[in-house]
Design a protein around this ligand. Sequence first.
Ligand code: ADP
Ligand code: MG
Ligand code: ZN
Length: 486
Amino acid sequence: MKRQVVIGLEIHLQLKTKTKLFCGCSTDYIGATPNTNVCPVCLAIPGTLPVINDHAVDLAVKMGLGLHCEIQDNTRFHRKHYFYADLPKAYQITQYEHAIAQGGYLDVIADGKTKRIRLDHLHLEEDAGKLVHPTADGRLSGAAYSLVDYNRGGMPLSEIVSLPDMNSPAEAIAYIAQIRQLARYLGVSDGEMESGSLRVDVNVSLSNPDGSLGTRVELKNINSLKSIERALEYEIARQNRVLDEGGSLVQETRLWDDGAGVTRSMRSKEGARDYRYYVEMDLAPIDAKPEYVDKIRATLPEMPWDKRDRFIKQYGLSLEESQQITEQREMGDYYEAMVAAGAPAAKAANWTRMEIQRILREDSINITEFPIAAKELGALIAKVEKRDLSNTQAKDVLSAMYTDKLSLEAAMKKCGISGNKMTGDALRAVIEKVFAAQSEAVDTIRKGADKKGAKEKFLQGQVMRETRGSANPAEVSQMLSEMLKQ
Ligand code: ADP
Ligand code: MG
Ligand code: ZN
Protein backbone atom coordinates (compact mmCIF):
# COMPACT_ATOMS: atom_id res chain seq x y z
CA MET A 1 0.00 0.00 0.00
CA LYS A 2 1.28 3.42 -0.94
CA ARG A 3 1.33 5.97 1.83
CA GLN A 4 0.52 9.56 0.95
CA VAL A 5 3.30 12.09 1.53
CA VAL A 6 2.13 15.06 3.62
CA ILE A 7 4.16 18.27 3.86
CA GLY A 8 3.54 21.50 5.74
CA LEU A 9 5.97 24.41 5.71
CA GLU A 10 6.85 27.25 8.05
CA ILE A 11 8.63 29.99 6.13
CA HIS A 12 10.46 32.81 7.86
CA LEU A 13 10.86 35.87 5.69
CA GLN A 14 13.12 38.67 6.81
CA LEU A 15 11.26 41.92 6.19
CA LYS A 16 13.05 44.61 4.21
CA THR A 17 13.00 47.46 6.71
CA LYS A 18 15.78 49.92 7.56
CA THR A 19 15.61 49.25 11.29
CA LYS A 20 14.87 46.26 13.50
CA LEU A 21 11.38 45.31 14.68
CA PHE A 22 11.42 46.96 18.12
CA CYS A 23 14.45 49.26 18.17
CA GLY A 24 16.35 51.69 15.95
CA CYS A 25 19.28 49.38 15.15
CA SER A 26 20.10 49.00 11.47
CA THR A 27 19.01 45.82 9.72
CA ASP A 28 22.22 45.88 7.71
CA TYR A 29 23.96 43.35 9.93
CA ILE A 30 25.52 40.89 7.52
CA GLY A 31 29.30 41.12 7.67
CA ALA A 32 29.21 43.55 10.61
CA THR A 33 31.59 42.93 13.52
CA PRO A 34 29.76 40.66 16.00
CA ASN A 35 27.73 42.48 18.63
CA THR A 36 28.10 45.95 17.11
CA ASN A 37 24.65 46.10 15.56
CA VAL A 38 22.91 46.16 18.92
CA CYS A 39 21.39 48.50 21.50
CA PRO A 40 19.97 48.20 25.02
CA VAL A 41 16.56 47.17 23.63
CA CYS A 42 17.69 44.27 21.44
CA LEU A 43 20.24 43.25 24.09
CA ALA A 44 17.41 43.10 26.65
CA ILE A 45 18.90 45.47 29.20
CA PRO A 46 16.34 45.70 32.03
CA GLY A 47 14.19 48.79 31.95
CA THR A 48 14.16 49.18 28.15
CA LEU A 49 10.94 49.08 26.17
CA PRO A 50 10.18 47.82 22.65
CA VAL A 51 8.64 50.22 20.12
CA ILE A 52 6.95 48.70 17.07
CA ASN A 53 8.39 49.49 13.64
CA ASP A 54 5.33 50.55 11.64
CA HIS A 55 7.01 49.81 8.34
CA ALA A 56 7.43 46.16 9.34
CA VAL A 57 3.68 46.02 9.98
CA ASP A 58 3.03 47.54 6.55
CA LEU A 59 5.18 44.90 4.90
CA ALA A 60 3.58 42.03 6.81
CA VAL A 61 0.13 43.30 5.80
CA LYS A 62 1.28 43.65 2.21
CA MET A 63 2.55 40.08 2.15
CA GLY A 64 -0.65 38.89 3.85
CA LEU A 65 -2.75 40.57 1.17
CA GLY A 66 -0.61 39.01 -1.57
CA LEU A 67 -1.28 35.63 0.03
CA HIS A 68 -5.05 36.26 0.06
CA CYS A 69 -5.18 36.36 3.87
CA GLU A 70 -7.76 38.14 6.04
CA ILE A 71 -6.02 41.03 7.80
CA GLN A 72 -7.01 41.21 11.45
CA ASP A 73 -7.51 44.46 13.33
CA ASN A 74 -6.37 44.77 16.94
CA THR A 75 -3.86 41.95 17.00
CA ARG A 76 -1.37 41.54 19.81
CA PHE A 77 2.09 40.30 20.52
CA HIS A 78 2.91 37.55 22.98
CA ARG A 79 6.03 36.56 24.85
CA LYS A 80 7.22 33.08 23.98
CA HIS A 81 9.58 31.86 26.65
CA TYR A 82 12.50 29.57 26.17
CA PHE A 83 16.05 29.54 27.37
CA TYR A 84 18.81 29.60 24.84
CA ALA A 85 21.90 31.75 24.61
CA ASP A 86 20.84 33.44 21.37
CA LEU A 87 17.75 34.92 23.06
CA PRO A 88 18.85 37.61 25.55
CA LYS A 89 15.39 38.34 27.00
CA ALA A 90 14.77 34.61 27.45
CA TYR A 91 11.55 35.19 25.56
CA GLN A 92 10.84 36.01 21.95
CA ILE A 93 8.25 38.64 21.09
CA THR A 94 5.95 36.96 18.59
CA GLN A 95 2.31 36.70 17.66
CA TYR A 96 0.48 33.74 19.09
CA GLU A 97 -3.32 33.54 19.03
CA HIS A 98 -3.74 36.82 17.23
CA ALA A 99 -1.69 36.73 14.04
CA ILE A 100 -2.06 39.79 11.86
CA ALA A 101 -3.01 37.77 8.75
CA GLN A 102 -5.26 34.71 8.87
CA GLY A 103 -6.08 32.01 6.34
CA GLY A 104 -5.14 32.68 2.73
CA TYR A 105 -3.81 30.45 0.01
CA LEU A 106 -1.37 30.23 -2.86
CA ASP A 107 -1.89 28.49 -6.21
CA VAL A 108 1.27 26.79 -7.41
CA ILE A 109 2.15 24.85 -10.53
CA ALA A 110 3.97 21.57 -9.91
CA ASP A 111 4.42 18.69 -12.33
CA GLY A 112 2.26 20.54 -14.85
CA LYS A 113 -0.71 20.81 -12.50
CA THR A 114 -2.07 23.78 -10.58
CA LYS A 115 -2.59 23.12 -6.91
CA ARG A 116 -4.02 25.33 -4.19
CA ILE A 117 -2.00 25.35 -0.96
CA ARG A 118 -3.93 26.78 1.96
CA LEU A 119 -2.26 28.81 4.67
CA ASP A 120 -2.91 28.77 8.36
CA HIS A 121 -1.69 32.31 8.97
CA LEU A 122 1.13 34.86 8.72
CA HIS A 123 2.50 36.47 11.85
CA LEU A 124 5.17 38.97 12.88
CA GLU A 125 8.03 38.14 15.19
CA GLU A 126 11.56 39.09 16.07
CA ASP A 127 14.58 37.04 15.10
CA ALA A 128 17.08 35.63 17.58
CA GLY A 129 20.85 36.10 17.61
CA LYS A 130 23.24 33.56 16.23
CA LEU A 131 25.49 31.05 17.89
CA VAL A 132 28.89 30.66 16.32
CA HIS A 133 30.65 27.37 16.81
CA PRO A 134 34.34 27.85 16.26
CA THR A 135 35.29 24.50 14.80
CA ALA A 136 38.10 24.48 12.28
CA ASP A 137 35.81 23.30 9.51
CA GLY A 138 32.68 25.19 10.57
CA ARG A 139 30.76 22.05 11.60
CA LEU A 140 27.86 22.42 14.02
CA SER A 141 29.21 19.96 16.53
CA GLY A 142 32.59 19.36 18.04
CA ALA A 143 33.50 22.87 19.11
CA ALA A 144 34.92 23.26 22.61
CA TYR A 145 32.80 26.37 23.19
CA SER A 146 30.30 28.61 21.41
CA LEU A 147 30.21 32.33 20.78
CA VAL A 148 27.08 34.39 20.51
CA ASP A 149 26.47 37.25 18.08
CA TYR A 150 23.37 39.35 18.79
CA ASN A 151 23.52 41.38 15.58
CA ARG A 152 20.60 39.45 14.11
CA GLY A 153 18.59 39.63 17.34
CA GLY A 154 15.44 41.68 16.88
CA MET A 155 15.44 41.52 13.08
CA PRO A 156 11.86 41.69 11.73
CA LEU A 157 10.43 38.42 10.46
CA SER A 158 7.12 37.34 9.08
CA GLU A 159 6.42 33.67 9.53
CA ILE A 160 4.11 32.07 7.00
CA VAL A 161 2.58 28.82 8.19
CA SER A 162 0.95 26.55 5.62
CA LEU A 163 -1.59 23.82 6.23
CA PRO A 164 -0.25 20.33 5.52
CA ASP A 165 -1.49 20.59 1.93
CA MET A 166 1.56 19.60 -0.08
CA ASN A 167 1.88 16.00 -1.23
CA SER A 168 5.23 15.86 -2.99
CA PRO A 169 8.66 17.46 -2.84
CA ALA A 170 7.87 19.13 -6.19
CA GLU A 171 4.83 20.86 -4.67
CA ALA A 172 6.85 22.02 -1.68
CA ILE A 173 9.56 23.47 -3.92
CA ALA A 174 7.00 25.19 -6.15
CA TYR A 175 5.32 26.67 -3.07
CA ILE A 176 8.56 28.06 -1.65
CA ALA A 177 9.58 29.46 -5.03
CA GLN A 178 6.17 31.12 -5.34
CA ILE A 179 6.42 32.72 -1.89
CA ARG A 180 9.91 33.95 -2.68
CA GLN A 181 8.79 35.43 -5.99
CA LEU A 182 5.80 37.12 -4.36
CA ALA A 183 7.96 38.60 -1.58
CA ARG A 184 10.32 40.05 -4.18
CA TYR A 185 7.51 41.41 -6.37
CA LEU A 186 6.07 43.14 -3.32
CA GLY A 187 9.44 44.40 -2.12
CA VAL A 188 8.73 42.75 1.21
CA SER A 189 11.90 40.66 1.44
CA ASP A 190 15.02 39.72 -0.53
CA GLY A 191 13.96 36.10 -0.08
CA GLU A 192 17.51 34.80 -0.26
CA MET A 193 18.03 31.39 1.23
CA GLU A 194 21.82 31.73 1.01
CA SER A 195 21.92 34.79 3.24
CA GLY A 196 19.11 33.54 5.46
CA SER A 197 16.47 36.12 4.59
CA LEU A 198 14.22 33.19 3.68
CA ARG A 199 14.34 30.16 5.97
CA VAL A 200 12.17 27.09 5.80
CA ASP A 201 11.19 24.56 8.44
CA VAL A 202 9.93 21.49 6.66
CA ASN A 203 7.33 19.25 8.32
CA VAL A 204 6.83 15.90 6.66
CA SER A 205 4.86 12.77 7.45
CA LEU A 206 3.25 9.77 5.76
CA SER A 207 -0.48 9.28 6.09
CA ASN A 208 -1.88 6.36 8.10
CA PRO A 209 -3.72 3.49 6.38
CA ASP A 210 -7.06 5.09 7.33
CA GLY A 211 -5.99 8.35 5.61
CA SER A 212 -5.44 10.30 8.83
CA LEU A 213 -2.28 12.35 9.36
CA GLY A 214 0.77 10.38 10.45
CA THR A 215 3.53 11.31 12.88
CA ARG A 216 5.43 14.28 11.56
CA VAL A 217 9.08 15.08 11.56
CA GLU A 218 10.40 18.63 11.39
CA LEU A 219 13.51 19.20 9.29
CA LYS A 220 15.76 22.17 9.97
CA ASN A 221 19.04 23.58 8.75
CA ILE A 222 18.31 23.39 5.03
CA ASN A 223 19.76 26.24 3.01
CA SER A 224 18.72 25.83 -0.61
CA LEU A 225 15.80 24.59 -2.68
CA LYS A 226 17.95 21.77 -4.02
CA SER A 227 18.76 20.67 -0.46
CA ILE A 228 15.11 20.83 0.57
CA GLU A 229 14.28 18.50 -2.28
CA ARG A 230 17.07 16.11 -1.31
CA ALA A 231 16.19 16.27 2.39
CA LEU A 232 12.53 15.52 1.65
CA GLU A 233 13.39 12.60 -0.59
CA TYR A 234 15.73 11.17 2.01
CA GLU A 235 13.23 11.64 4.83
CA ILE A 236 10.29 10.16 2.89
CA ALA A 237 12.37 7.10 2.07
CA ARG A 238 13.51 6.82 5.70
CA GLN A 239 9.98 7.04 7.08
CA ASN A 240 8.72 4.48 4.56
CA ARG A 241 11.53 2.14 5.56
CA VAL A 242 10.79 2.45 9.28
CA LEU A 243 7.09 1.73 8.69
CA ASP A 244 7.80 -1.11 6.23
CA GLU A 245 9.94 -2.77 8.89
CA GLY A 246 7.01 -2.58 11.29
CA GLY A 247 8.51 0.20 13.37
CA SER A 248 6.90 3.45 14.36
CA LEU A 249 8.01 7.04 13.93
CA VAL A 250 8.67 9.52 16.68
CA GLN A 251 7.68 13.15 16.45
CA GLU A 252 11.02 14.87 16.41
CA THR A 253 13.17 17.59 14.92
CA ARG A 254 15.89 16.36 12.59
CA LEU A 255 18.81 18.29 11.15
CA TRP A 256 19.73 17.97 7.51
CA ASP A 257 23.42 17.25 6.93
CA ASP A 258 24.01 18.50 3.41
CA GLY A 259 27.46 16.96 3.05
CA ALA A 260 26.38 13.48 4.14
CA GLY A 261 22.95 13.79 2.51
CA VAL A 262 21.11 12.48 5.58
CA THR A 263 18.84 13.80 8.34
CA ARG A 264 19.84 13.26 11.96
CA SER A 265 17.69 13.38 15.05
CA MET A 266 18.26 16.59 17.03
CA ARG A 267 15.58 16.43 19.69
CA SER A 268 12.27 14.74 20.13
CA LYS A 269 9.34 17.08 20.28
CA GLU A 270 7.47 16.25 23.43
CA GLY A 271 4.02 17.36 22.41
CA ALA A 272 3.37 21.04 22.96
CA ARG A 273 6.40 22.52 24.65
CA ASP A 274 5.53 24.82 27.48
CA TYR A 275 6.43 28.23 26.15
CA ARG A 276 4.35 30.00 28.85
CA TYR A 277 2.92 32.38 26.31
CA TYR A 278 1.46 35.53 27.68
CA VAL A 279 0.49 38.89 26.29
CA GLU A 280 3.31 41.38 25.71
CA MET A 281 1.91 44.29 27.72
CA ASP A 282 4.72 46.63 26.70
CA LEU A 283 3.28 46.82 23.20
CA ALA A 284 -0.12 48.20 22.28
CA PRO A 285 -2.36 46.16 19.96
CA ILE A 286 -1.64 46.70 16.26
CA ASP A 287 -4.13 48.98 14.61
CA ALA A 288 -5.14 47.64 11.21
CA LYS A 289 -8.43 49.30 10.42
CA PRO A 290 -10.07 48.65 7.02
CA GLU A 291 -9.00 52.09 5.72
CA TYR A 292 -5.39 51.31 6.56
CA VAL A 293 -5.60 47.89 4.91
CA ASP A 294 -7.13 49.47 1.80
CA LYS A 295 -4.27 51.94 1.68
CA ILE A 296 -1.76 49.09 1.69
CA ARG A 297 -3.84 47.16 -0.84
CA ALA A 298 -3.63 50.13 -3.21
CA THR A 299 0.17 49.80 -3.26
CA LEU A 300 0.12 46.19 -4.50
CA PRO A 301 1.66 45.74 -7.95
CA GLU A 302 0.37 43.27 -10.50
CA MET A 303 0.75 39.83 -8.90
CA PRO A 304 3.38 37.54 -10.45
CA TRP A 305 0.84 34.89 -11.45
CA ASP A 306 -1.38 37.55 -13.06
CA LYS A 307 1.58 38.90 -15.00
CA ARG A 308 2.52 35.37 -16.06
CA ASP A 309 -1.02 34.64 -17.33
CA ARG A 310 -1.34 38.04 -18.99
CA PHE A 311 1.92 37.57 -20.91
CA ILE A 312 0.66 34.23 -22.20
CA LYS A 313 -2.56 35.81 -23.46
CA GLN A 314 -1.27 39.17 -24.61
CA TYR A 315 2.01 38.11 -26.20
CA GLY A 316 1.26 34.52 -27.14
CA LEU A 317 4.06 33.12 -24.97
CA SER A 318 4.20 29.55 -23.74
CA LEU A 319 3.83 28.92 -20.01
CA GLU A 320 7.52 28.18 -19.73
CA GLU A 321 8.57 31.32 -21.60
CA SER A 322 6.23 33.46 -19.58
CA GLN A 323 7.40 31.96 -16.29
CA GLN A 324 10.99 32.60 -17.18
CA ILE A 325 10.39 36.19 -18.27
CA THR A 326 8.12 37.13 -15.37
CA GLU A 327 10.18 35.34 -12.69
CA GLN A 328 11.53 38.76 -11.81
CA ARG A 329 9.23 41.74 -11.98
CA GLU A 330 11.89 43.99 -13.54
CA MET A 331 12.58 41.39 -16.23
CA GLY A 332 8.91 41.43 -17.20
CA ASP A 333 8.99 45.23 -17.31
CA TYR A 334 12.09 45.14 -19.50
CA TYR A 335 10.42 42.70 -21.87
CA GLU A 336 7.32 44.84 -22.21
CA ALA A 337 9.41 47.96 -22.87
CA MET A 338 11.18 46.14 -25.73
CA VAL A 339 7.86 45.15 -27.26
CA ALA A 340 6.61 48.71 -26.87
CA ALA A 341 9.71 49.85 -28.79
CA GLY A 342 8.67 47.76 -31.76
CA ALA A 343 10.19 44.34 -31.09
CA PRO A 344 7.81 41.54 -32.08
CA ALA A 345 6.65 39.68 -28.94
CA ALA A 346 8.00 36.24 -29.90
CA LYS A 347 11.38 37.57 -30.98
CA ALA A 348 11.66 39.72 -27.86
CA ALA A 349 10.93 36.62 -25.76
CA ASN A 350 13.70 34.72 -27.51
CA TRP A 351 16.15 37.52 -27.03
CA THR A 352 15.24 37.83 -23.38
CA ARG A 353 15.78 34.15 -22.70
CA MET A 354 18.78 33.58 -24.95
CA GLU A 355 20.78 36.79 -25.11
CA ILE A 356 19.86 38.89 -22.08
CA GLN A 357 19.65 36.07 -19.58
CA ARG A 358 22.90 34.60 -20.92
CA ILE A 359 24.73 37.89 -20.34
CA LEU A 360 23.23 38.25 -16.87
CA ARG A 361 24.29 34.72 -16.01
CA GLU A 362 27.79 35.08 -17.41
CA ASP A 363 28.47 38.34 -15.63
CA SER A 364 26.40 37.49 -12.51
CA ILE A 365 24.43 40.69 -12.71
CA ASN A 366 20.78 41.44 -12.23
CA ILE A 367 18.44 42.83 -14.89
CA THR A 368 18.27 46.00 -12.77
CA GLU A 369 22.00 46.44 -13.47
CA PHE A 370 21.77 45.64 -17.19
CA PRO A 371 23.17 48.74 -18.89
CA ILE A 372 21.30 48.65 -22.20
CA ALA A 373 18.03 50.55 -22.32
CA ALA A 374 15.06 48.34 -23.21
CA LYS A 375 14.01 50.88 -25.85
CA GLU A 376 17.31 50.54 -27.70
CA LEU A 377 17.40 46.77 -27.58
CA GLY A 378 13.76 46.66 -28.65
CA ALA A 379 14.63 48.87 -31.63
CA LEU A 380 17.50 46.55 -32.54
CA ILE A 381 15.20 43.51 -32.50
CA ALA A 382 12.69 45.45 -34.63
CA LYS A 383 15.45 46.00 -37.19
CA VAL A 384 16.15 42.27 -37.32
CA GLU A 385 12.47 41.67 -37.97
CA LYS A 386 12.55 44.21 -40.84
CA ARG A 387 15.65 42.43 -42.12
CA ASP A 388 17.67 45.60 -41.86
CA LEU A 389 20.32 43.34 -40.42
CA SER A 390 20.79 39.64 -39.88
CA ASN A 391 20.56 37.83 -36.56
CA THR A 392 24.29 37.35 -36.49
CA GLN A 393 24.90 41.04 -37.14
CA ALA A 394 22.40 41.94 -34.45
CA LYS A 395 24.27 39.83 -31.92
CA ASP A 396 27.48 41.66 -32.80
CA VAL A 397 25.68 44.95 -32.36
CA LEU A 398 24.32 43.82 -28.98
CA SER A 399 27.78 42.86 -27.89
CA ALA A 400 29.14 46.28 -28.93
CA MET A 401 26.31 47.99 -27.08
CA TYR A 402 27.02 45.96 -23.97
CA THR A 403 30.80 45.76 -23.92
CA ASP A 404 31.63 49.18 -25.33
CA LYS A 405 28.59 50.88 -23.79
CA LEU A 406 27.54 52.26 -27.18
CA SER A 407 24.17 53.53 -28.30
CA LEU A 408 22.36 51.44 -30.92
CA GLU A 409 23.41 53.85 -33.66
CA ALA A 410 27.06 53.96 -32.61
CA ALA A 411 27.19 50.18 -32.18
CA MET A 412 25.78 49.64 -35.69
CA LYS A 413 28.36 52.03 -37.08
CA LYS A 414 31.12 50.21 -35.22
CA CYS A 415 29.95 46.91 -36.69
CA GLY A 416 30.00 48.46 -40.17
CA ILE A 417 26.27 48.37 -40.59
CA SER A 418 25.21 51.73 -41.93
CA GLY A 419 21.81 53.03 -41.14
CA ASN A 420 21.41 53.96 -44.84
CA LYS A 421 20.70 50.68 -46.42
CA MET A 422 21.98 49.71 -49.82
CA THR A 423 18.76 49.63 -51.77
CA GLY A 424 17.11 50.72 -55.05
CA ASP A 425 19.42 52.21 -57.69
CA ALA A 426 22.51 51.93 -55.51
CA LEU A 427 21.84 48.22 -55.15
CA ARG A 428 21.14 47.90 -58.84
CA ALA A 429 24.54 49.44 -59.58
CA VAL A 430 26.27 46.91 -57.33
CA ILE A 431 24.49 44.05 -59.06
CA GLU A 432 25.55 45.38 -62.46
CA LYS A 433 29.12 45.54 -61.26
CA VAL A 434 28.93 41.92 -60.09
CA PHE A 435 27.36 40.89 -63.41
CA ALA A 436 30.27 42.48 -65.28
CA ALA A 437 32.83 40.68 -63.15
CA GLN A 438 31.03 37.33 -63.33
CA SER A 439 29.76 37.36 -66.92
CA GLU A 440 30.33 33.63 -67.34
CA ALA A 441 27.99 32.77 -64.49
CA VAL A 442 25.44 35.27 -65.78
CA ASP A 443 25.51 33.67 -69.25
CA THR A 444 25.05 30.21 -67.80
CA ILE A 445 22.02 31.29 -65.85
CA ARG A 446 20.49 33.18 -68.79
CA LYS A 447 20.92 30.10 -70.97
CA GLY A 448 18.87 28.19 -68.41
CA ALA A 449 21.81 25.94 -67.54
CA ASP A 450 21.95 26.76 -63.82
CA LYS A 451 19.87 23.72 -62.97
CA LYS A 452 20.33 23.66 -59.22
CA GLY A 453 20.48 27.45 -58.82
CA ALA A 454 24.01 27.23 -57.48
CA LYS A 455 25.32 29.99 -59.72
CA GLU A 456 22.51 32.34 -58.77
CA LYS A 457 23.26 31.69 -55.09
CA PHE A 458 26.89 32.43 -55.81
CA LEU A 459 25.98 35.78 -57.42
CA GLN A 460 23.79 36.63 -54.45
CA GLY A 461 26.70 35.99 -52.15
CA GLN A 462 28.93 38.23 -54.25
CA VAL A 463 26.38 41.05 -54.09
CA MET A 464 26.01 40.72 -50.32
CA ARG A 465 29.77 40.83 -50.03
CA GLU A 466 30.01 43.94 -52.20
CA THR A 467 27.38 45.68 -50.06
CA ARG A 468 29.15 44.53 -46.88
CA GLY A 469 25.92 43.07 -45.65
CA SER A 470 24.10 46.40 -45.71
CA ALA A 471 21.51 45.22 -48.22
CA ASN A 472 18.35 43.35 -47.41
CA PRO A 473 18.92 39.72 -48.55
CA ALA A 474 15.31 39.38 -49.68
CA GLU A 475 15.58 42.51 -51.83
CA VAL A 476 18.89 41.36 -53.28
CA SER A 477 17.44 38.00 -54.26
CA GLN A 478 14.39 39.57 -55.87
CA MET A 479 16.27 42.27 -57.79
CA LEU A 480 18.92 39.83 -58.88
CA SER A 481 16.48 37.36 -60.40
CA GLU A 482 14.61 40.19 -62.14
CA MET A 483 17.81 41.56 -63.64
CA LEU A 484 18.86 38.08 -64.76
CA LYS A 485 15.64 37.80 -66.75
CA GLN A 486 16.31 41.06 -68.58
P1 ADP B 1 4.42 23.72 15.80
O1 ADP B 1 3.84 24.89 16.48
O2 ADP B 1 4.89 22.66 16.70
O3 ADP B 1 5.50 24.09 14.81
P2 ADP B 1 2.04 23.53 14.13
O4 ADP B 1 0.83 22.77 14.48
O5 ADP B 1 1.96 25.00 14.19
O6 ADP B 1 3.25 23.00 14.99
O7 ADP B 1 2.43 23.11 12.66
C1 ADP B 1 3.57 23.55 12.08
C2 ADP B 1 3.59 23.08 10.65
O8 ADP B 1 3.54 21.67 10.57
C3 ADP B 1 2.45 23.60 9.80
O9 ADP B 1 2.97 24.13 8.61
C4 ADP B 1 1.63 22.37 9.52
O10 ADP B 1 1.05 22.42 8.23
C5 ADP B 1 2.62 21.27 9.58
N1 ADP B 1 2.06 19.96 9.95
C6 ADP B 1 1.23 19.71 10.98
N2 ADP B 1 0.93 18.40 11.01
C7 ADP B 1 1.60 17.81 9.99
C8 ADP B 1 1.72 16.47 9.51
N3 ADP B 1 1.11 15.45 10.08
N4 ADP B 1 2.51 16.26 8.42
C9 ADP B 1 3.17 17.26 7.84
N5 ADP B 1 3.09 18.52 8.25
C10 ADP B 1 2.32 18.80 9.32
MG1 MG C 1 7.38 24.63 14.11
ZN1 ZN D 1 18.70 47.38 18.89
